[in-house]
Design a protein around this ligand. Structure first.
Ligand code: C5P
Length: 228
């Protein structure tokens, strides 16, 4: 149905420098409101990019895919909440104890700071890897039991996850490409239209936008596809 359950576009700032990230964010905001800061950019410039994006009014998905002993994962999750990341993630394969510890720490920290609790997602299986629907569903179930708000999964599994775990369980899908665009290393790819049809809440797009000659135009094409 047009306009119903439209996924939000998250642009992955997968670049090497703060200056390059700022340039893309400045060009795209406010047409694009959500930006993803992953391990490449965060390793290069740390929390400064998050402060920059938050000061602009943008929303931040901190994609560091925490996977560690429960104490360390919880401490990292607390720092994500302290930075006021609007969304962050952890690997579901880290197990229930780790996930619960991370969720509890982040929510406690947000409460203490009177800020909104971040959306906490579990990474099922990377979209660059092949997998089966059953394993993604099993991991998603574990994420929900552990108190996470949702999962990162491919569009192929999004509809089934929503049906099994409920409409409110957030599904964020990377591996999104416009029809005819190169896949890069993504093995389970889909179009924005398909992501919308399957009920995804967020789609993540990196290279097709940030490597485009005109990132603003490319992001516009994706937003138009979501608005169809
Ligand atoms: O450039 P591309 O659109 O393929 O970027 C996808 C982004 O989403 C990358 O930053 C990648 O790390 C991230 N991601 C993914 N698959 C996951 C989780 C995150 O591709 N399961």
């Amino acid at each position: 149905m047009a306009g119903k359950n439209k996924p939000k576009l998250v642009v992955a700032l997968d670049v090497d420098t703060l200056a390059a990230a700022k340039k893309i964010a400045n060009a795209l905001y406010p047409r694009v409101r959500w930006f993803k800061v992953g391990s490449q950019l965060f390793t290069a410039c740390g929390p400064e990019i998050i402060r920059f994006l938050k000061a602009k009014g943008a929303k931040v998905f901190l994609d560091l895919k925490f996977h560690d002993i429960p104490n360390t994962a919880a401490n990292a999750a607390r720092q994500a909440a302290r930075l006021r990341a609007d969304m962050f993630n952890a690997h579901i394969s880290g197990g229930e104890e780790m996930l619960k510890a991370a969720v509890e720490a982040a929510r406690q920290e947000a409460k203490a700071r009177r800020s909104a609790a971040p959306i906490i997602l579990g990474v099922t299986v990377l979209t660059s890897q092949k997998t089966t629907l059953n394993s993604v569903l099993a991991l998603s179930g574990l994420a929900k039991r552990s108190g996470l708000d949702g999962v990162v999964a491919s569009v192929n599994e999004a509809g089934a996850i929503k049906r099994r775990l409920g409409r409110d369980f957030v599904v964020l899908c990377p591996g999104i490409r416009l029809e005819g665009a190169p896949s890069d290393d993504q093995k389970r790819r889909a179009t924005p239209e398909e992501a919308k049809k399957q009920g995804a809440d967020f789609i993540v797009v990196g290279r097709p936008v940030i490597k485009a000659k005109d990132p603003r135009k490319e992001a516009g094409l994706i937003i138009d596809a979501l608005n169809k």
